[in-house]
Ligand binder design. Structure first.
Ligand code: ATP
Ligand code: MG
Length: 571
């Protein structure tokens, strides 16, 4: 491609809403332009990077036995009502009506459409396994679109769906996809981790997220410093931090004590000359299944997502003050499990407590000498604790959990029969008996992957593209454009590289070398070839590595070989 004819508007300024470096650089390097909040146009340079990622994805999907299809973006509401997601998917789902008042939505994901397809077409176990994928536009009316194409409202996703005859076969499909994802993100030149994750509104029994490690990532991850355990903070577990809980050997009877205005764990503990770990903290949450409560030792925190999963709820949030007052008959801060008539889960940390303090469900009062086994024996126990860095690994003996920030670029789910049951996607097994397909689904944010790569690969001058996803692999910079010898050499190199199938950009613009160098650094093409004074005096060109800054000057005749070697080494 010739730069002079390329639509590549580079900029010095950054947009005022750009918070992260990838957003700033994608704008400045003329890769994207904003149309509306969370809605972007990809310009040629941006689209080239996007297509490179898509190509890698397609190669690996095809290699793993998946078949490409293309489903519609506009989806009828009937299918979403059938799957049960129409009502609770919430405002992220952009709903619309056609001229006949029929309901539709813009697809945020495609489980409904693909399951409908399979239920109509698949008959027998001989048709399975079946893995279908597409690369397609999604729409999610995100509550906080930001970071450019990283958290957009309209974005391109590769989504794949697997259908298997039983759990064992479904696990095999899942593992194949896990391997394919690992290859995809390695080939894209990314530093990433696969972590155990919550399944969110997609549902299912288990999932992994592929996280690109970056300071600006929105996700917090915990990973063991000794073994392979890694999980999203939303899902992570750890060994219960030990606390020598105060114990009275004799059984004391419950006692109601006056704790005027003491609502917070720390205040109550100080007032009653106890430790936070002697308290049972009672948190009340609103879910689609009604109010629920979580109990946890006072020095620890509840992870609402774990609570949500235990109750099989679709959403969860802290209950409002008014709801808490109505339920407990007391101000917020004085709730306790004794006498509370809603579904409750006590964290594992609560079970050993023998002389604890909890709210009395009466304003300004707490109960002392609570014995878990005696006073709240009926409450079920589960892990609802938020794990933290520095705590011990739940998997291995001596590991400690470390914290990382990450950008979720891919997410794979074991879905089980959630959608095939809801929509009736069944097949006949070897005995002629109807069975539901066991499903999995697998997503990659294509634009987000490009942005994440930039987040991980840049310097103060601009982008440093990994070769595999670079819009061009090589940029040729003739400096004295008025000198025919210089332009002829640049052209020879350009043609020779193109013949070899290398993506090359020729900066044939008239203009000051300073401007060309600045643009070259900004758009981050991995290998730069300069044809300048040295060519005029000695017939040599300069080859520079964008990443290391390393420069060699070699005769024109050796340049192509050198460039090929360098690209190979960078790949
Ligand atoms: P997030 O937690 O970041 O909101 P998600 O868990 O809702 O994402 P999935 O349903 O797992 O997303 O979607 C699969 C992939 O699509 C994600 O791993 C991500 O790479 C991409 N993706 C999701 N939402 C967006 C978005 N708003 N903009 C760009 N890419 C997105
Ligand atoms: Mg996800």
């Amino acid at each position: 491609m010739e730069y002079a004819r390329l639509f590549l508007p580079t900029m010095k300024e950054t947009p005022s809403d750009a918070e992260v470096v990838s957003h700033k650089l994608m704008f400045r390097a003329g890769m994207i332009r904003k149309v509306a909040t969370g809605i972007y146009t990809y310009l040629p340079l941006g689209l080239r990077a996007l297509r490179k990622v898509e190509t890698i994805i397609r190669e690996e999907m095809d290699g793993a036995g998946a078949q490409e299809i293309l489903m519609p973006m506009v989806q009828p509401s009937d299918l979403w009502i059938e799957s049960g997601r129409w009502d609770y998917y919430g405002k992220e789902l952009l709903r619309l009506k056609d001229r006949n008042e029929r309901g539709y939505c813009l697809g945020p994901t495609h489980e409904e459409i693909v399951t409908d397809l399979v239920r109509k077409e698949v008959r027998s176990y001989r048709d399975l396994p079946l893995v279908l994928y597409q690369v397609q536009t999604k729409f999610r009316d995100e509550i906080r679109p930001r970071f450019g194409v990283m958290r957009a409202r309209e974005f391109i996703m590769k989504d794949a769906y697997s259908f298997d005859r039983d759990d064992a076969a479904a696990l095999e499909s899942y593992e194949k996809m896990y391997q394919a994802y690992t290859r995809i993100f390695s080939r894209c030149g990314l530093e990433f981790k696969a972590v155990e994750a919550d399944t969110g509104s997609i549902g299912g029994s288990a999932s992994h997220e592929f996280m690109v490690l970056a300071e600006t990532g929105e996700d917090l991850l915990l990973s063991c410093n000794r073994c392979a355990y890694a999980a999203n903070m939303e899902k992570a577990a750890s060994r219960l931090p030990e606390a020598d809980v105060s114990e009275t050997q004799k059984e004391a009877t419950l006692e109601k004590v006056h704790t005027p205005g003491r609502k917070h764990v720390q205040e109550v503990a100080e007032f009653l000359k106890a430790q936070p770990r002697d308290l049972i903290k009672t948190m009340i949450f609103a879910t689609d299944k009604g109010l629920v409560a979580g109990l946890i030792r006072g020095d620890l925190e509840i992870n609402p997502l774990k609570l949500k999963n235990i109750f099989g709820a679709n959403f969860i949030e802290l209950a409002g003050d008014e709801e808490v007052r109505k339920l407990t008959g007391a101000e917020v801060g004085f709730a306790g499990p004794i006498g509370l008539d809603i579904p409750m889960i006590a964290d594992i940390s609560v079970a050993p407590l023998r002389d604890a303090i909890c709210g009395a469900n009466e304003t300004d009062y707490h109960l002392c000498h609570v014995m878990t086994k005696r006073d709240i024996a009926a409450v079920a126990t589960g892990d609802i604790r938020l794990a933290k860095a520095g705590e011990r690994c739940p998997r291995c003996e001596r590991g400690i959990l470390e914290e990382f920030r990450g950008i979720e670029v891919g997410h794979i789910f074991k879905l089980g029969t959630k959608y095939s049951d809801a929509l009736g996607a069944v097949f006949l097994d070897g005995n002629g008996k109807e069975q539901p397909c066991v499903m999995g689904c697998y997503g990659i944010g294509v634009g987000r992957t490009v942005a994440a790569a930039i987040e991980q690969n840049h310097d103060e001058h601009g982008i440093i593209f990994p070769v595999a996803i670079a819009p061009f692999q090589v940029e040729i910079l003739p400096l004295q454009t008025k000198k025919p010898e210089v332009m002829a050499c640049a052209r020879r190199l350009y043609d020779a590289l193109r013949v070899k199938g290398i993506d090359v950009l020729l900066d044939n613009r008239d203009g000051r070398p300073g401007v060309k160098f600045k643009d070259a650094d900004l758009i981050g093409i991995p290998c730069r070839v300069t044809v300048g004074r040295r060519f005029l005096s000695d017939g040599e060109v300069e080859i520079k590595d964008r990443k290391t800054g390393e420069v060699v000057e070699i005769p024109e005749a050796e340049a192509i070989r050198e460039i090929e070697d360098r690209l190979k080494a960078l790949a």
